[in-house]
Design a protein around this ligand. Structure first.
Ligand code: AMP
Length: 415
């Protein structure tokens, strides 16, 4: 079933969204992108004459109630965005009566799902090495089913619009779908858009295809890097992982972030790129700082020769030019992970050069996908989000989808 084809009139829809929005210390939302992202789905249901039961996680409360991560804090924002009052159910497992009382056009937001360990289905307080772990895990999986069944009892239709958690087999993202038949479960609009964007990258590839992978470490990106090697023409590796490569090639990287146990892996990536005819582009120079601070002293130096006590925090001018020249003629572009510590205003130039080049390529007809929490924050910081083809809400989910993995949240609906 597709959301467009379903008429929600008289139905109660249980909608899994990703309202894991960043909050400041006073509980104010600092970026409401995720709430806005879910609005087309939520409004379609209300406009059809359906009732809404909205569920989400927030942060990582690890199965325990944590008032700082209560979704109660976002009730006013959700209400404002939807233009209707929003009821709140303070316990996700005890919302049956509140859901039952809902009339068409009414909205119920239920409390952070992850206050219940059953949501993630992982046993808490027991180490994986403990002999009792397997039994605890089995028991928790059973409890997860019960929790999912409880959630399912609130509604007669299930909609998953939370792409950010689609790579997790959680109660609300996957298990719950078992309690609805195929005509009463569907992906939301946002999820459909994400899936189409990934399809665009993976199927109809217009060349040259350039992937830009940045961020802090090579170890967390290795799966996607290896996978991309079979698909891309150009692979730009930037950000903190630059220094693991530089070190592996015999460079001095000073205090730069460097994974010493991944030097062989870095050389292996370089070898594979050569074998596969992929143009691997690494930074040559960097902006080094004498402290991990926005106000640190800086100097431009070769990534192979960073003085003791200094650390590379951004791409240097030569590197920025190299990256931009690689990106501009591309016809398909994927960007995940910043080229420097973009959170510090003085170290945004590398990421900015990448963003500008992507914007230019997109204006010239390229399909560009920017995804992963930090790249999205980056493109938003530069105010360029509407100048690329698609900004994904998914971090891990996006990367797993591009790696070609089947996402449990999507499989649970599409089979
Ligand atoms: P990740 O979560 O692995 O995608 O990494 C994102 C983080 O990498 C951002 O918070 C950046 O500040 C950080 N980062 C990027 N370049 C560097 C660098 N040269 N040194 C340290 N951190 C970096």
């Amino acid at each position: 079933m597709t959301i467009e084809n379903f008429n929600f009139k008289g139905h109660k829809a249980l909608v899994r969204v990703d309202f894991n929005v960043p909050l400041d210390e006073n509980g104010n939302i600092t970026d409401d992108t995720r709430i806005r992202g879910a609005l087309p789905t939520l409004k379609k249901i209300l406009n059809d004459g359906g009732a809404l039961i909205i569920m989400s996680h927030m942060g990582k409360p690890k199965g325990k109630v944590n008032p700082k991560l209560s979704l109660k804090q976002i009730v006013p924002a959700v209400s404002k965005a939807l233009g209707v009052p929003v009821e709140f159910a303070p316990d996700a497992a005890e919302a049956f009566d509140a859901a039952k009382a809902l009339m068409p056009g009414q909205v119920l937001l239920i409390e952070n799902l992850r206050f219940h360990p059953e949501e993630e289905g992982k046993p808490v307080g027991i180490d994986k090495a403990d002999p009792a772990y397997d039994a605890a895990k089995k028991e928790m999986k059973e409890r997860q089913k019960v929790f999912a069944k409880t959630l399912a009892s609130y509604a007669d239709v299930y909609v998953n619009d939370a792409f950010g958690t689609a790579h997790r087999k959680h109660a609300s993202t996957a298990v719950v779908a078992d309690y609805f038949d195929k005509d009463h479960k569907m992906l939301g609009y946002l999820m459909e858009k994400e899936v189409t964007a990934v399809d665009n990258i993976l199927s109809d590839i217009k060349r040259p295809f350039t992937a830009i992978m940045g961020g802090s470490k090579v170890s967390t990106k290795i799966g996607i890097i290896e996978n991309l090697m079979d698909k891309v023409d150009n692979l730009i590796l930037c950000g903190g992982m630059t220094y693991t490569f530089a070190k592996a090639m015999g460079g001095n990287v000073g205090n730069s972030i460097c994974e010493l146990d991944k030097l062989d892996l870095a050389l292996d990536i370089m070898r594979k790129a050569k074998e596969k005819g992929v143009n691997l582009v690494l930074g040559t120079d960097c902006v080094a700082a004498d402290a991990f601070s926005n106000d640190a002293h800086t100097q431009v130096c070769s990534v192979m020769d960073i003085p003791e006590g200094w650390e590379g925090l951004d791409a240097g001018p030569e590197t920025r030019k190299l990256f931009a020249e690689t990106i501009k003629p591309s016809k398909t572009i994927l960007w995940n992970g910043p080229a420097g510590v973009f959170e510090f205003d003085n170290f945004t130039a590398g990421s900015r050069a990448i963003a500008d080049a992507i914007v230019e390529a997109t204006a010239n007809g390229a399909f560009s996908l920017v995804g992963g929490g930090d790249s999205v924050a980056c493109i938003n910081k530069f105010g360029l989000a509407d100048k690329v083809s698609y900004v994904s809400t998914g971090g891990g989910a996006l990367l797993e989808a591009i790696e070609g993995k089947v996402l449990p949240g999507i499989a649970a609906i599409k089979g």
